[in-house]
Ligand binder design. Structure first.
Ligand code: EPZ
Length: 433
């Protein structure tokens, strides 16, 4: 059954929220966990749809997966019988491509359905494939499947033509058991790259330089078991930071690495919000209408593309004219039409959004176009006067765990109800008053 969110906006968020493990790190780490025949225990795993789909696929090829607790999983890759991944569920997710790198690295052969994922623009994987080929693998695409294999993998010097998170992780996976040394130049530097590298090193890999644009990998013969805890999710944290500021609230966001949030914190401070940093928490508050800004999304440590819809939503409520340039994915302004229906004044020209701040939004019936855009629309609903319903929340559930519950605990009026359930709508309205 499809669900939707119903929100009554207008309540400032107050209180504390705890952030879960990083989805995009976890996806790489789960694939990496298959590369040893020993048992691996992964903690701080987010319990979100993309992770659960990947775990099902891992189990589908024969790996042993034990979910000890919602956030702890035990994986053993010694029972893998198959290196073909062709499930419908996986077809819809991007990170299935990590299984290519992991299985190619371990078994020298992998076949994975071409990845899908959120429709945020053309998402080529040429850099991943270029990396595999440089390590000595052949790669063919036939009938919607990517086939890759190698007699042996040999380290090489690889210069990425574009800074790609996925290609950097995938090449690290394929190279960590290759013969000799691999260097990835122009590598992505996102926190989750470092987390996947740290995890692989905890399994006995020899990866240096993750977090810089030059990663050096010395191949090892085999990897061993490990116990590892995933870093906190930068984007979940950033989304709550924006929600606190947009609702003119005051929220302590716990279990974060403040350094990873700097690009977001600096922008919030620049437009007039208060951001206090603690060792593993940030507190965001705003008592008044915020100011305008210019933002361009860039690879880390620049402003993350995964926070673009959320900050644009905040700027749509701020004073003056803001300019937001999306330089990573060309199709990431699909939420603008929905925001306009709530009263926002945004004009998109190519990859630039020109935002004229308005004083408030009004509730509307809208649809989440993708994961982060969906989260941004929830923020809009929390601010809007009256009721907002958001459907297609399956996108939001790909990456946010208990989103509505965490927001409710901060004082928001939001509930997940079945689509087209008029009685549930009436019940919510009666309860909220
Ligand atoms: C990862 O996608 C994330 N997904 C995305 O998060 C995130 O938006 C993106 O990185 C950028 O930070 C996962 O980690 C599963 P890229 P990825 O390869 O790896 C071009 C979310 O909301 N490119 O860094 O697919 C590409 O077109 C999601 O959680 C090539 O040209 O992104 C884009 O313009 C959505 N050739 C740029 O590079 C390639 O071979 C960056 O893409 C690969 C990428």
């Amino acid at each position: 059954m499809e669900n939707q969110y119903i929100i009554k906006g207008g309540t400032p968020l107050h209180g504390e929220v705890t952030i879960g493990g990083a989805k995009n790190a976890a996806l790489g780490i789960l694939a990496a966990a298959l590369m040893t025949n020993d048992t691996v225990v992964i903690d701080n795993l987010p319990d979100v749809r993309d992770i659960n789909v990947l775990l099902d696929a891992i189990q589908g090829i024969g790996a042993t997966v034990k979910r000890r607790e919602p956030h702890v999983v035990e994986i053993n890759g010694s029972t893998i019988k198959d290196n073909t991944i062709d499930y419908d569920s996986v077809r819809k997710m991007r990170a299935s491509y990590y299984l290519l790198g992991a299985l190619l690295g371990k078994y020298h052969k992998a076949q994975v359905v071409l990845p899908g994922g959120c429709d945020i623009g053309s998402r080529p994987i040429d850099q991943h494939l270029k990396g595999f080929r440089a390590l000595g693998a052949t790669v063919n695409i036939e009938y919607g499947m990517i086939h890759t294999q190698a007699e042996k993998l040999v380290g090489n010097h690889i210069f990425l033509d574009v800074v790609s998170v996925g290609a950097t992780i995938n090449i690290m996976l394929a190279a960590c058991m290759a013969e000799g040394r691999t260097v990835i130049e122009n590598a992505a530097k996102e926190p989750h790259i470092v987390d996947v590298a740290n995890f692989l090193n905890s399994m006995g890999a020899d990866i240096k330089g993750a977090g810089t644009d030059k990663i050096r990998i010395s191949g090892v013969e085999k990897l061993h078991g490990s116990e590892y805890s995933i870093i906190p999710d930068q984007i979940e944290a950033g989304t709550f930071m924006i929600a606190a500021a947009a609702t003119k609230g005051d929220v302590l966001i716990k279990n974060v690495i403040p350094k990873h949030l700097e690009a977001i914190s600096v922008k919030l401070i620049e437009i007039g919000a208060t951001v206090e940093e603690f060792d593993d928490a940030v507190r965001v508050s705003a008592g008044h209408r915020l100011g305008h800004s210019q933002i361009k999304t860039l690879p880390y440590p620049g402003f993350p593309t995964d926070m673009q819809p959320q900050i644009a939503t905040l700027l749509a409520l701020s004073e003056g004219t803001s300019i937001v340039t999306e330089s990573i994915f060309e199709n990431r302004f699909k939420y603008v039409d929905e925001l306009s229906r709530m009263g926002a004044s945004i004009k998109v020209e190519g990859n630039v959004a020109i935002i004229e701040g308005v004083h408030g939004f009004t509730g509307a019936t809208i649809s989440a176009p993708d994961l982060r855009a969906g989260a941004a629309l929830v923020v809009a609903g929390l601010v809007a006067e009256g009721y907002t319903t958001i459907d297609s929340i399956k996108y939001i559930e790909r990456g946010y765990e208990c989103f509505e519950k965490k927001l409710c605990a901060l004082g928001a009026s939001i509930e997940k109800i079945p689509v087209d359930d008029e009685r549930a709508v009436q019940k919510f309205k009666l309860k909220i008053g």
